[in-house]
Design a protein. Structure first.
Length: 293
């Protein structure tokens, strides 16, 4: 089970505020919300991948298989990353090493975590590139990242995260840069690996359509907080929070043909300032005095 609790820090800009969740093996947890809701920060906090100026003042920032990731030393965290936890990052161009060939970056986690020869590792890497839809993988595996398109770099990132068959996969907008055909292929691959090895998945996305077909439960984030948690069916058929309802109304396919697309008025909250009550209240059409108490 993985758990995360990321409290705000007094006197600083609080990116997230108490984001508790647990995830069992073979389950898929969706995390949705607009930009700056705190989705990616929550994932990076659990992996201890925050920048040096970011602080976790108290509490637990992710426990995995009974181990608090916040208290682990660098060597122990490195042992968990890969076979324990894999992560697909949102921006592959800044996550891939521009000075290393794709082949070297793909086989590196295998060489570190498994007793495997370089030839066998390269064979596994080729199989994974084929699985994520890279054509002519035997030649392209020796390219540098800048020689790939944005969508192909995204597929390489997915291959790197899955190649060690992790127990937990954190997928941060993994299919945003992909067309719908490749997106379906990637989602099918993730589900297949779940069935084979019991991998748990935390799926961060803006795409509610993907969430509806992939996730068991969904957490809706707004202003660095969880505003609603429910199983997927309940979230779509009986949403309780006004922000969740507004997100659903924003789906283009939900709009009557020929009408103006629905938008949520206003701007996301300023997390550098204290927020009393519901952070969505300034933009909510149902807000009353009790919402800001």
């Amino acid at each position: 089970t993985v758990a995360s609790q990321c409290p705000r820090q007094a006197g600083g800009v609080g990116a997230v505020d108490g984001v508790p969740f647990t995830l069992a093996a073979a389950q898929t947890r969706g995390v949705v919300g607009d930009s700056a809701a705190g989705k990616s920060v929550t994932a990076r906090t659990s992996m201890q991948l925050l920048p040096a100026y970011a602080k976790i003042p108290e509490g637990s920032a992710g426990s995995f298989m009974g181990q608090n990731l916040l208290t682990l030393d660098r060597k122990s965290r490195r042992a968990i990353s890969g076979p324990g936890i894999g992560m697909i990052f949102q921006d592959p161009m800044t996550s891939l090493n521009p000075y290393m060939r794709i082949s070297d970056q793909l086989i590196e986690p295998l060489m570190i975590h498994e007793d495997i020869s370089k030839d066998d590792a390269l064979k596994r890497a080729l199989e994974m590139l084929d699985a994520v839809g890279i054509n002519d993988a035997s030649n392209r595996i020796h390219y540098y990242p800048h020689e790939f398109s944005g969508g192909m770099r995204q597929r390489v990132m997915i291959a790197m995260a899955l190649i060690t068959k992790p127990e937990l996969l954190i997928a941060d907008e993994p299919t945003t840069a992909l067309d719908v055909t490749v997106q379906a292929q990637i989602l099918e691959l993730i589900q297949k690996m779940q069935q084979e090895i019991g991998m748990g998945v935390i799926f961060i996305t803006h795409d509610l359509g993907v969430v509806s077909g992939l996730c068991d439960r969904v957490q809706v984030m707004y202003g660095g907080r969880i505003v609603e948690t429910a199983d997927t069916r309940s979230l779509f058929y009986t949403p309780r929070h006004p922000y969740t309802r507004a997100l659903q109304k924003s789906i283009p396919s939900m709009q009557p043909k020929g009408t103006e697309l629905y938008t949520i008025e206003g701007l996301p909250p300023d997390v550098s300032k204290p927020m009393a009550g519901c952070s969505f209240a300034p933009r909510c059409e149902f807000a009353n005095e009790g919402c800001t108490a």
